[in-house]
Design a binder for this molecule. Structure first.
Ligand code: ADP
Ligand code: MG
Length: 213
């Protein structure tokens, strides 16, 4: 199992109440869409899966490694995570291509893959432009390209469609379908967009998983 959560509770520091509660999940392959209202704990769950947040109760394993173990850093290199609000690189001097190249350090991905994917997402012209001067949607495309080009065993995307235009959404859905022999976990509050590429829908409410279909 690539991801295994057993009765996991996670709280943010300073909070006495858990943000996610008693979550038990095993995910191995296919495209999973996590959905639910704002504040349901979707982002918190994703960051628990990748091991950025640690459970105070229960256990979380990523690629067989307990997320509290030091070996988690190595396991995480085999994964790609595009956060909901990604950080801008510190200087405008980075082009889109530089941002992708940085993502491939320590990784088995290839720039050629990135270029092929960029063609399919209508993003070829963005590769030479300064990342800092791109629009939100264009930056989102570059971050997704970078995540895909890393050829990850697990791909985690938090609201990847939020600033993409309709055509790019469609193309991305097509691409994601091709990753169904890996594990893809997409947080998306609007499941109508991803319905075609989703193998499973995980519904969250108030910090709990209330339905998996
Ligand atoms: N860094 C944080 N510190 C404290 N509380 C947080 C933090 N991030 C999120 N929360 C709270 O945790 C709850 C779940 O947030 P989140 O996982 O981001 O939900 P979703 O992604 O489903 O909208 C919300 O009530 C939110 O206010
Ligand atoms: Mg969120």
């Amino acid at each position: 199992m690539r991801v295994k959560l057993r009765n996991v509770y996670v709280a943010y520091s300073g909070s006495r109440k858990p943000t996610i509660k008693d979550i038990t999940l095993t995910l191995d392959r296919g495209v999973y869409v996590i959905t639910g209202p704002n504040g349901a704990g979707k982002t918190t769950l994703l960051e628990t899966i990748i091991g950025l947040l640690k459970p105070y109760r229960g256990e979380a394993y990523l690629l067989g490694v307990n997320t509290k173990s030091r070996r988690i850093f190595r396991a995480r290199r085999k994964c790609s995570y595009v956060p909901q609000d990604f950080m801008k690189p510190p200087t405008e001097a980075y082009t889109g291509m530089d941002v992708i190249r940085l993502g491939l350090v320590f990784n088995r991905g290839s720039l050629n893959d990135a270029i092929e994917l960029a063609k399919r997402l209508n993003a070829l012209d963005l590769l030479e432009k300064p990342f800092g001067k791109l629009s939100g949607g264009q930056q989102q495309k570059i971050m997704i390209l970078r995540a895909l080009a890393r050829n990850p065993e697990i791909l985690l995307l938090d609201e990847p469609f939020s600033s993409l235009d309709a055509e790019t959404k469609e193309n991305l859905c097509e691409i994601l379908k091709e990753y169904s022999d890996r594990l893809v976990v997409i947080v998306c509050h609007d499941t109508s967009i991803v319905k075609r590429s989703a193998d499973h829908i995980v519904r969250m409410e108030e910090g709990r998983v209330v339905d998996i279909s």
